[in-house]
Write a protein that binds this ligand. Structure first.
Ligand code: 0RQ
Length: 501
């Protein structure tokens, strides 16, 4: 609708998605909005995919680099991967078609810390950004942009790209206006200053994105909902994991190592993270806050119940029910939620200062506490590291959680040595499975191995893990972190052959 575009000078740029897609050339690097299924461009990617299909039919190769905030949706990653139109993807994806191309060696993928993306682009490490394709909620009279349901790297894309294509999505709630906080004070070294954010609720920037109007080459109007991620109701394992974490928090409060209202919470993607929030919502802690990357259903419920007083994130990641709740009661949520650029939501300095409690999922952990978040059997990418490293390395507490077994019990998620390392033993403080919790703080490698095996491994795999560890202790040339290198990956090799671990 016209009222979303208040800047009359820009109305001449309104065109169809197909016309806008013609402004993107083969080989371009395209910075797209989008973060965990919210705020991504809804129609331009499909139009670009069609342009690519037409080019391919004529025997021409047409591929682009696709940079985003994090994961997007089938309409973006799915559509472009289907036509093999992505040369290079970064920094995070979770799309099945994309994943397949990457694992087949048909698409390049750089899996980087989400807090690093903006500064890598400013520094020129990733090459030139040619085009920005950004969904917005509206355009003000003076050309400033009302952000959408995620911010991600949009500020950087708008700043760095030569050309800007905007999708103005009238489906996005107009009451989102004012919930965002865009900080324009970030610099590259040697000119950096402290980020002046000392409380979760602090606003340090402005509610709008700036964009040089002369760079705007196209405006496409849409009216499309964000993808809705459905969460399964917490299963038994998730409830047990949540229970162990709650017990641990109570213990830490009793010991005086956590305040009664804990510290700002960060919770990753997926069903377990959501279950932990549900557990906290029924738990004894009051006046909680969240300094996180994605705001899932569980956190929205905690805001509603009053358990959570304020949440800072860079994006929503809600089921359709929760999205309905948010939109129906946006007046209530408006001043309790702040959306920031991902370089701030995930900023190491801020995470360290606030003392965030980081809770993230993992694929596997080893007996010494190294964690693999990204690769199945050492070589097959699942999603990416996302923000887990930003929060784990810099948080006050860094917790990783997983069911103790995968694939119906064929695979142990506790292994002698992880097949890929995302978070080293130095960044992992607490491991949790449905079996129990291992607090690794203050333990040496040999003490950690005992805690991880005894507290976290599934009983079906405990004897084999004890046996491995005891023989390693006996035969390993070094007794600090004992290992038997000749058999350390036997578990994974068995699984790759389709045999039990
Ligand atoms: O695959 O569905 O095909 O069976 O991995 O596993 O148990 O459903 O767990 O959805 O919580 O995802 C680490 C991937 C966990 C996620 C990961 C298989 C399992 C299943 C998913 P199937 P579950 P979750 C901030 C934080 C990195 C990013 C991050 C993730 C699939 O948490 O991407 O933390 N984290 N960001 O079967 C073989 C094993 C396995 C295994 C699980 N040991 N071996 N397969 N699976 N363990 C948010 C952002 O950054 C945006």
């Amino acid at each position: 609708s016209e009222s979303r575009i208040q800047c009359s000078a820009l109305r001449s740029k309104i065109m169809s998605a197909a016309e806008a897609a013609r402004l993107i050339q083969n080989g371009a690097n395209v910075g797209m909005s989008g973060f965990t299924g919210s705020g991504y461009p809804k129609v331009l990617p499909a139009a670009l995919a069609e342009r690519i299909t037409t080019a391919n039919a004529k025997g021409e190769r047409f591929r682009v680099g696709v940079w985003t905030g994090a994961s997007t949706a089938p309409e973006l990653d799915g559509a472009l991967a289907a036509v093999d139109g992505i040369e290079m993807r970064l920094p995070y994806q979770s799309d099945p078609a994309c994943r397949k191309r990457i694992n087949a060696g048909e698409m390049e993928y750089i899996d980087i810390h989400l807090s690093h993306v903006a500064q890598f682009v400013w520094s020129g490490f990733l090459g030139k950004l040619d085009v920005a394709v950004v969904e917005v909620g509206g355009i003000l009279e003076d050309g400033r942009l009302i952000p959408s349901s995620s911010i991600g790297n949009n500020k950087t894309w708008l700043d760095q790209a030569d050309k800007v294509i905007l999708e103005v999505n009238s489906w996005q709630n107009s009451r989102l206006e004012g919930m965002h906080d865009i900080y324009y004070g970030t610099q590259l070294p040697p000119n950096r200053k402290p980020i002046p954010l000392v409380k979760v609720s602090d606003r340090i920037g402005e509610p709008y994105l700036r964009c040089d109007p002369s760079k705007i080459v196209a405006i496409v109007e849409t009216h499309s909902p964000d993808r809705n991620t459905a969460f399964s109701p917490p299963d038994e394992n998730s409830r047990l994991i949540a229970g162990h974490i709650l017990e641990f928090f109570k213990h830490e409060v009793k010991k005086g190592r956590l305040p009664a209202n804990l510290l700002p919470l960060q919770s990753g993607v997926g069903n377990i993270a959501n279950a932990v929030m549900a557990g906290l919502n029924d738990g004894p802690f009051e006046n909680l806050t969240a300094y996180t990357e994605v705001l899932q259903d569980g956190m929205l419920e905690m805001l509603k119940s009053g358990k959570l007083t304020c949440a800072s994130a860079t994006a929503f990641s809600l089921s359709s029910d929760a999205l309905g709740e948010l939109n129906a009661n946006l007046d209530f949520y408006h001043d309790r939620i702040i959306l920031r650029a991902q370089e701030i939501s995930n900023h190491p300095e801020v995470i360290r200062r606030l003392g965030v409690i980081a809770m993230n999922g993992m694929i596997e952990a080893d007996i010494y506490g190294n964690v693999n978040s990204t690769h199945v059997m050492g070589s097959q990418i699942m999603n990416g590291i996302g923000g887990s490293g930003d929060f784990a390395r810099n948080g006050y507490l860094s917790i990783f959680m997983t069911p103790s077994q995968a694939k119906g019990g064929a695979i142990s998620c506790i292994v002698p040595m992880v097949s890929h390392v995302d978070h080293t033993e130095h960044d992992v403080q607490v491991l949790v499975t449905e079996q129990g919790l291992a607090d690794l703080r203050g333990l040496s490698p040999r003490q950690r191995a005992k805690a991880v095996i005894e507290n976290c491994a599934h009983p079906n795999f405990k004897p084999a893990l004890r046996d491995y560890y005891n023989r390693a202790l006996d035969q390993s040339p070094g007794k600090h972190t004992p290992h038997l290198l000749e058999e350390v990956y036997n578990w994974h090799l068995s699984a790759l052959r389709g045999e039990p671990m």
